[in-house]
Design a protein around this ligand. Structure first.
Ligand code: GLN
Length: 447
């Protein structure tokens, strides 16, 4: 704990943590030491963990990196976070992220961008940017983030670490601030696949507080990391030919596929006809869900309240106009529009149908093949400010991560070297739903 506290202080310019809990973490460490001596320590004893600012931890500030939750403290501890505590994890602090997890560069945070340690003029990725850089820069051993459309995988790729999103519903969402509830999933940012497996094993499983959490039994993932000798692996032909895909990333993914072929696995190009519909349907559905989820922030129940309101309506309007940043406002407007009576069928209903097609085709491919392999991102970490003026370009860059989110299947990004400028590249793998033990074993064999 002292080691990490020291690093956090020395690397505060990276802006990864919004708040650090030195006294608590040291006290937790003492308690864990005592348990270790008594032989009663849990599975995560000694693991120093950071929490993305979307995870409820009782009596600790929680604000999704938004001005609108200024001063808010969580009244309870979420289920996944509680399970980590029960296994003696040590929490070191609360991590910066995009506002309400909306973004892919951590630039929408009310608290400013997180800086990539490899080049502090470049973004961390997002929305779990602080969580990724905290692991990259050795400010904690592992981070817990959330992934709605790539928010653990994409920053992990930009920072050269492992980012893992389990199957939708594998981990309870109780105590996770909602962005788009039919997509949101807690995920991990770690240095190794082993750590991802161990954390999943602790956090996963049924939960009385989240009726959507899966009842499926939780395998001991961390003990099941031996890969099978022969896998069937598919890669989507069009992803590799995508305009805008950085040639060095293409080369890195091809290198991974070549190695897999040499190891005797079957590697086939497959067709996926819906690639162009992935990003539009994702942004219609997630903004619709977000516009509904974020209606609770009205200046009455939580955090910030506009000081200059004159009546109830002006309280709502002013609080939301002052409290939400531009990206969040843009998405609330988009979501409200696609849900409005005149446009509901044209956009929302249609996007739901497209989601179904994408899910069915993805599931079908993942029955024919054990895994799909694809790039995590079309580019490496870009410069801070470079894409900020063009939200559409930023949305389109989610092309490779949102397929797994629309389909609800697990996906992991692992490091696949660097480009010629030394910036990390990630390769992503998907498996069928609830096949995490296979996905993790495979991912470990590729790292
Ligand atoms: N970049 C995507 C978005 O802005 C993903 C965010 C996330 O997974 N929370 O919606």
């Amino acid at each position: 704990v002292e080691y990490y506290l020291d690093n956090i202080q020395q690397k505060s310019h990276l802006n990864a943590f919004l708040e650090v809990w030195p006294d608590e973490a040291l006290a937790q460490a003492d308690a864990v030491d005592a348990k270790l001596a008594a032989g009663t320590a849990g599975k995560l004893a000694g693991m120093v963990i950071g929490l993305k600012d979307v995870l409820a931890y009782k009596d600790h500030a929680l604000q999704s990196s938004s001005h609108i939750l200024d001063g808010f403290k969580s009244l309870y501890t979420g289920s996944a976070v509680q399970r980590l505590l029960d296994e003696d994890a040590i929490f070191i602090g609360r991590q910066n992220c995009d506002e309400f997890a909306m973004g892919a560069s951590n630039e929408t945070s009310y608290f400013g961008p997180v800086r990539n340690e490899i080049d502090p003029e470049r973004v961390s990725g997002g929305s779990s940017g602080g969580s990724a850089v905290a692991v990259q820069a050795d400010l904690c051993l592992a981070s817990i983030g959330s992934d709605t459309g790539g928010s653990v995988r994409q920053p992990a790729a930009f920072c050269g670490i492992v980012g893992f999103k389990p199957t939708y519903s594998r981990i309870s969402r109780y105590g996770l601030i909602a962005y788009a509830s039919s997509f949101d999933q807690i995920g991990t940012l770690t240095r190794s696949v082993d750590d991802a497996a161990l954390l999943l094993e602790v956090m996963a499983g049924a939960d009385d507080f989240d009726s959507t959490a899966s009842q499926q039994p939780v395998p001991p993932y961390s003990e099941l990391l031996t890969p099978a000798p022969h896998y069937r692996i598919g890669y989507i032909r069009d992803t590799m030919e995508r305009p805008g895909l950085n040639p060095e990333i293409k080369q890195a993914v091809e290198g991974v596929l070549d190695t897999l072929r040499e190891q005797g696995h079957v590697v086939d190009a497959v067709d996926f006809p819906y690639l162009d519909f992935i990003v539009p349907s994702y942004y219609i559905l997630t903004t619709a869900e977000a516009s509904s989820n974020l209606s609770r922030f009205d200046g009455v129940k939580y955090g910030y309240r506009a000081p200059d309101a004159t009546d109830l309506e002006s309280l709502y309007k002013k609080t939301r106009a002052q409290g939400f940043g531009p990206e969040v406002q843009r998405r609330i407007l988009l979501g409200t529009f696609v849900l409005s009576a005149d446009y509901y069928d044209a956009y929302y209903t249609k996007a739901q149908k497209v989601r179904r097609l994408i899910k069915e085709k993805t599931d079908e491919l993942l029955r024919q093949y054990d895994f799909l392999v694809l790039p995590t991102t079309p580019t490496t970490a870009f410069r801070i400010g470079e894409n900020q003026k063009d939200p559409l370009a930023m949305y389109l860059a989610d092309i490779f991560t949102v397929q797994a989110s629309l389909a609800g299947v697990p996906a992991i990004s692992v490091p696949a070297g660097t480009d010629s400028a030394g910036l990390p590249i990630g390769v992503q793998m998907l498996s069928g739903a609830f096949r995490e033990e296979h996905l993790l074993a495979f991912a470990k064999s590729v790292t």
